[in-house]
Design a protein around this ligand. Sequence first.
Ligand code: NAP
Length: 229
Amino acid sequence: MSATSVVVGGSSGIGLAIARRRTERGDHVVVTSRSAERAATAAAELPGPAHGIALDLTAPSSIAEVFAGTERVDNLVVTATERSGTTVAELDTDAALRAVNSKVVGSLELARVLHPRFSPHASVVLFGGVAKDRPTPESTVATVPTQAVSGMVATLAVQLAPHRVNAVHPGVVGDSPRWADVTDHPSIARTPIGRLVTVAEVVDATEFLLTNTGVNGQDLHVDGGTLLI
Ligand SMILES: NC(=O)c1ccc[n+]([C@@H]2O[C@H](COP(=O)([O-])OP(=O)(O)OC[C@H]3O[C@@H](n4cnc5c(N)ncnc54)[C@H](OP(=O)(O)O)[C@@H]3O)[C@@H](O)[C@H]2O)c1
């Protein structure tokens, strides 16, 4: 029986690349999008068995129903994020609630709903980012839920034990759809490797966390060393 990988946020960017790697490894992959059509399109692009489902993490109470047909989970990866860059002065409380609901309450509810269906060696990878430790004025509403990712890793690694729970915190990912058109990103000058990290490097880090059975409760920074400068 092939493994089932659920990639919440697998309709684009890093999540789609993780979904592709998982199908190449022979998994059946479930990708999500807020739009059923985008989810189906992403699943159809993958080089193996996959299907898409519609899920909006800003409505966490919908999660149980959305996954009613998912019987077994071997890998749960949550890359989904609501883009939420803003300063405190420009705070939009509705947007802030959506960002926190989707990143934090959504991930906790995913864990609650799917944990009973975890196979014995199933593990979870959550996604934060460099905004956790390197806030910019515009990152306020991103930095707070991203910090919460570390808190969720800690509490979920204990509560879902023996299942492992880890997080990837990418730096600016130069070839992700978000930044691919931006040349000379200011982060390059602050990154010791002299360039931005790549989607492939972030996918490799995710694979490491999914497959190394001794690594648990970790925040893995994939940022080219930018926190050192
Ligand atoms: N790209 C970077 O440079 C970078 C840097 C640091 C951290 N990260 C983190 O890495 C992860 C992936 O980033 P990315 O650049 O690949 O993102 P992306 O291309 O913008 O993809 C975001 C995914 O999240 C889904 N999504 C958005 N809002 C959602 C919601 N309310 N409910 C459910 N799904 C939702 C999107 O689905 P639809 O739009 O199809 O609905 C899409 O599948 C994120 O957690 C991000 O914070 C990325």
